[in-house]
Write a protein that binds this ligand. Structure first.
Ligand code: ADP
Length: 385
């Protein structure tokens, strides 16, 4: 039996449905408006590329940022491709085809794109593709970010590093080598006066080379041009080798260095070059900031729960209270250190902190004025953690 619905409730249902539809329409309008506003408001250039038709819709940032007028026929894929720098076009096209043929949804590429003025901007293009049920690409929505300034900085960094390493380091090395040849008597006998001055010149060039190396290292790490390669190392061998390297300067000051290897022969997985640089910094500081004679430096390397701890302990001048908070700052040197050792850059421990961060480690010290200082480095058992 069909029961007739009273007219009143039919009307009520229809009006409820109508109000639901109008609410949905309003929500849709709001959503569209929101997307339109985002499209207009963002500083990035946004695009919507229809892969089937090759049609492209850009937001107004293309015009405001790259100087094109609305009359530019920019709404095709051809126009886009024509504006890629000829040296980059092949690679971009190849990468794009490869990506579209796969199943990935996002892509990223950096290339040069021509502006209305004819100059090229470096852009980072990030796209998101939608595909049909067979995986064929339908549409790419993406953005251009102008990274020209960042690229300029990267170029300046490369030029700086090459300038410092070639133009400064190489001639300094020449000065050092000739100085050493003079001192060894290669060019004949030197009188006492000559020997003294050439020794000063040679030692100044060695210090300058060290400074150049520190600056180079700092800029490489700060600018991200720095690789960490952890490998199992024979820790006792490398600590012994590092101690031998500083032995001559320690002997000059009558400072002795002891390393007592633990019972267990450890083979931690660490970046050997970074570890050596940190250890060398601790050791040279320990020698430099210990008064001549009766100086004693102890080196230990121990395994703790989930990290290894290196410790270099001296019985030197210590670090005054007012300097302790700033000891890892770039170019900072405590007054008592400047008194005992004029030469120094204040870059060594800053470099240590950068390198320690790069290997997910920790660095700290314990000190007592005029009694001594112990510097610690902790590195995780698992370097990737
Ligand atoms: P530099 O030794 O060239 O001055 P560092 O960055 O290596 O630069 O060290 C910064 C400062 O830390 C030193 O100038 C000194 O004041 C202090 N310092 C470092 N190691 C020691 C140490 N073993 N004993 C006392 N002071 C130290």
């Amino acid at each position: 039996m069909i029961r007739e619905v009273p007219k009143q409730s039919r009307d009520a249902a229809a009006s409820k449905a109508a109000s639901h539809v109008s609410q949905l329409e309003q929500e849709l309008r709001d959503t569209l408006e929101r997307y339109e506003l985002i499209f207009k408001a963002t500083n990035d250039i946004l695009y919507d590329l229809n892969i089937q038709t090759g049609g492209v819709v850009w937001n107004s940032a293309l015009y405001t940022q790259f100087g094109y007028t609305k009359y530019e026929p920019a709404d095709t894929l051809e126009w886009w491709v024509e504006h890629i720098h000829p040296d980059d076009a092949m690679k971009v096209e190849h990468d794009l085809q490869h990506w579209l043929a796969g199943t990935g949804q996002t892509w990223q590429s950096e290339y040069r794109f021509r502006k209305a003025s004819g100059a090229y901007a470096y852009i980072r293009d990030r796209g998101f593709v939608t595909r049909d049920d067979n995986g064929s690409p339908l549409r790419i929505i993406g953005s251009f970010l102008d990274i020209s300034e960042q690229k300029k900085l990267e170029r300046a960094k490369d030029e700086f590093i090459s300038l410092v390493s070639h133009q400064l380091r190489t001639p300094l090395t020449v000065i050092r080598v000739y100085g050493e040849m003079f001192l060894s008597g290669f060019f004949g006998h030197l009188n006492g006066h000559q020997e003294l001055h050439i020794a000063r010149m040679t030692s100044a060039s060695v210090k300058l080379i060290k400074l150049v190396d520190d600056i180079l290292n700092v800029s490489r790490i700060e600018l991200g041009d720095f690789k960490v390669t952890p490998m199992p190392v024979d820790i006792n061998a490398i600590i012994t080798e590092a101690i031998q390297e500083v032995a001559p300067i320690a002997a000059e000051k009558n400072v002795s260095i002891t390393f007592r290897p633990g019972k267990k022969h450890l083979r931690p997985v660490i970046d050997q070059s970074i570890f050596l640089q940190i250890l060398d910094n601790f050791l040279t500081n320990a020698v430099r900031y210990t008064r001549p004679s009766r100086g004693q430096i102890d080196v230990t390397f121990a395994e703790k729960q989930d990290e290894y701890i290196l410790c270099v302990k001296d019985n030197g001048i210590g670090i005054p209270k007012n300097a302790q908070a700033r000891i890892f700052d770039r170019f900072y040197r405590a007054a008592n250190a400047i008194n005992i050792e004029e030469q120094g850059t204040g870059l060594g421990l800053y470099l240590v902190t950068l390198m320690t961060r790069a290997v997910n480690g920790r660095v700290w010290f314990e000190t007592r004025l005029n009694k001594g200082t112990a510097f610690y480095l902790a590195v995780p058992h698992e370097p990737e953690k």
